[in-house]
Design a protein around this ligand. Structure first.
Ligand code: NAI
Ligand code: MG
Length: 345
């Protein structure tokens, strides 16, 4: 039987994973779910935020489902380690409005594709010390390296084009800050237009354009309907996707997929939400939509679409919603409503 590794993590990560597994178990699927550890609690219990066994399980699985973790002050991020180990180079974050959810705009439907392996998230940081005297040295300068390679830039832009073709999307916007970061963002933008040129003959209907990151932050609020696919580097993509989540109802509704040539890792965009932990108030929909993305990756298209439909129906009915969407339902109420909807459609 095919395997799926599940990593609940910390805080509401555990609560939304429980909800997700309730949905998965109600479907007629043939997968073994292997529970694995990562996160803050794992660090306290076993001295590492991500044990080797978890990485091994994830590598052996057809897909990995991740809840959320609480960051530790000094350890490397387990989710970033996992993304690197699984070489899931593309991070996909759909931004879509749902009927029945209060949001600033209607008819938003775009996809942020974020390079997932390099950029400022390479985590190459260092201190430079200035000698004050022989005994004491004072840190006065900190440096972070931002790695942008032609290879990874080309790969993510190719991925954006393939995704556009597959999903019938008609515009790809490259987001960068090439006017200031002339070398690093220069190579990203250049790689984008090379890929665009390659696809232009066969797919002239897909438009290519580019914006600076700061202007994009504004356009997302002034003309969000204009976007179809955004392709960008790691940190820009991280920031824009939280902004995008804010446009359409918040982190409780935002799923994500991390895709590589072999592996797939699926997770809600949100973190462990310590402010609502343990109260049963976490919105499980970001996790449930991440499961839908996972099932699409596993070629279980039927259930992937059914889940989207069930979530849409529950949101549209406006009867059952967690407090982040203005309701007073619990995580389990929303989960059960989606499960029931799945049984009836
Ligand atoms: P967060 O995403 O945990 O929470 C931000 C806000 O969104 C909070 O008000 C929270 O209550 C709300 N929220 C988050 N998920 C929700 C849900 N499912 N339903 C309803 N409301 C929800 O981000 P924050 O507070 O910045 O970070 C908390 C911890 O999570 C930190 O340790 C951070 O490092 C970690 N983190 C982990 C991530 C991951 O595991 N991939 C991603 C982001 C943060
Ligand atoms: Mg983030």
């Amino acid at each position: 039987m095919k395997k799926v590794t599940t990593i609940a993590g910390d805080g509401v990560g555990k609560e939304v994973m429980e909800a997700g597994l309730t949905i998965l178990e109600s479907l007629d699927l043939n997968y073994d779910f292997i529970e694995s550890k990562a996160g803050f609690e794992c660090f306290q219990n076993c001295g590492t935020t991500i044990p080797e066994e978890t990485i091994k399980n994830a590598k052996k699985s057809a897909a990995t489902l991740f809840g959320a973790i609480t960051s530790t002050p000094s350890e490397k991020s387990p989710i970033i380690t996992l993304r690197k180990e699984l070489d899931v180079f593309a991070n996909l974050r759909p931004i879509k409005t749902f009927e029945g959810v209060n949001s600033l705009f209607n008819n938003i439907d775009f996809l942020i594709i974020r390079e997932n392996t390099e950029g400022l998230y390479s985590q190459i940081e260092s201190f430079e010390k200035e000698e004050e005297n022989k005994k004491n040295s004072k840190i006065t300068k900190t440096i972070a390296k931002r790695v942008i390679t032609k290879n990874a830039s080309t790969k993510i832009c190719e991925f954006a084009y393939k995704t556009a073709i597959k999903n019938n999307r008609k515009k790809i916007t490259c987001v960068h800050k090439e006017n200031i970061l002339k070398k690093t963002d220069g190579i990203f933008k250049e790689s984008f237009y090379k890929v665009a040129e390659k696809y232009s003959a066969k797919h002239p209907d897909i438009k290519a354009n580019d914006y600076y990151i700061d202007a994009t932050a504004m356009y997302l609020i002034t003309k969000p309907q204009e976007f179809d696919i955004i392709v960008t580097s790691n940190l820009y993509g991280d920031i824009l996707s939280d902004e995008g989540a804010g446009l359409v109802g918040g982190l409780g509704l935002s799923p994500s997929a991390n895709i590589g040539d072999k592996n797939g890792l699926f997770e809600p965009v949100h973190g462990s939400a310590p402010d609502i932990e343990g109260k049963g108030l976490a919105n499980p929909i970001a996790m449930i939509l991440s499961i839908s993305m996972m099932l699409e990756f596993l070629k279980e298209d039927f259930y992937s679409k059914q889940i989207n439909k069930a979530v849409e129906n529950v949101l549209k009915s406006k009867k059952i919603a967690t407090p982040d969407l203005g309701g007073n339902s619990k995580t389990s109420d929303v989960t059960m409503a989606i499960k029931k909807e799945l049984e009836s459609i």
